[in-house]
Design a protein around this ligand. Structure first.
Ligand code: IPE
Ligand code: IPE
Ligand code: MG
Length: 253
């Protein structure tokens, strides 16, 4: 079997990859099972993706695990997702340690149940010295929630005289988002053949390359991740310039 890993140029890796893990429910339905069976099987995909990313040398992996809008799902599914989160964090501590991965979370975490939040916080604390990769779970997260929150914070600082209105720039806004301190994702992957962003990292993905695959999340494996990276490496990232300018710049380096 060809290993797609060999086709990856390690000198041109994205520093930050974001993933919208979608299609668990449909995967379960295909096997005549309940939706939660799909969520349970998605855990293997998270482990494979995290290990593959850490081994390659990707610094930040940010996974959309539960959106603000997902609270509107049937109560039993929400409950099942939250308990799966607790058991998974608990069971995967070894994986995080073995791979030197630091766990992080972004989102409206105070809306989680105290038990869920405590388990999450304990795993974050236990992995805080791990240095190979930061794996961020977006939980009870939505970009509009995050931006609204950032705006409130900036407005408060303006009111207190800590920030002058005319000094608010791109960086000020980035610094007040939940992802403050992280580089913007250069690559965003969405599985399951849905071609939308669903309120994810809207500010941060301004110039990300988007990779869509019809693979359902529970079927996503290392090779699918490598495929996304190869696709990314074939893109010409122009940032508003012309293709000619980019080629000239590249020939000088
Ligand atoms: C993604 O799979 C997981 C979450 C959103 C929590 P879905 O549960 O959205 O699966 P589909 O899209 O219904 O197949
Ligand atoms: C987005 O998936 C959220 C997560 C992957 C956690 P959804 O399945 O909830 O997205 P929509 O609602 O179909 O856009
Ligand atoms: Mg979905």
């Amino acid at each position: 079997m060809i290993d797609l890993k060999d086709q990856i140029d390690l000198s041109k890796l994205p520093r930050h990859v974001a993933v919208i893990m979608d299609g668990n429910g449909r995967w379960a339905a295909q096997q005549g099972k309940e939706r939660v069976f799909g969520h349970q099987n998605g855990v293997t995909s998270v482990r494979e993706t995290a290990e593959a990313a850490a081994e390659l040398g990707i610094e930040y992996l940010t996974l959309y695990a539960f959106s603000t809008e997902n609270w509107n799902r049937p109560a039993d599914e929400v409950e099942a997702l939250m308990s799966l989160l607790v058991t998974t964090i608990h069971n995967e501590m070894d994986t995080l340690t073995k791979n030197n991965i630091r766990l992080n979370a972004i989102g409206d975490l105070n809306s989680l149940k105290p038990k869920t939040l405590a388990e999450l916080q304990s795993a974050i604390d236990q992995t805080k010295h791990h240095s190979r990769m930061v794996m961020t779970l977006a939980l009870s997260y939505s970009s509009r929630w995050e931006i609204t929150h950032a705006m409130q914070c900036i407005a408060r600082k303006v009111k207190n005289g800590e920030i002058a209105v005319e000094n608010i720039d791109n960086q000020t806004i980035s610094n007040h988002l939940a992802t403050a301190g992280m580089p913007d994702p250069e690559l965003l992957i969405r599985t399951s053949g849905e071609y939308r962003i669903s309120n994810y990292l809207l500010w941060q993905i301004a110039y990300a390359e988007l990779h869509f695959t019809t693979t359902l999340w529970p079927d996503f494996r290392r090779q699918n991740f490598y495929e996304a990276l190869i696709d990314f490496q074939h893109r010409e990232r122009r940032f508003g310039k012309t293709s000619q300018q980019i080629k000239t710049e590249l020939s000088k380096t």
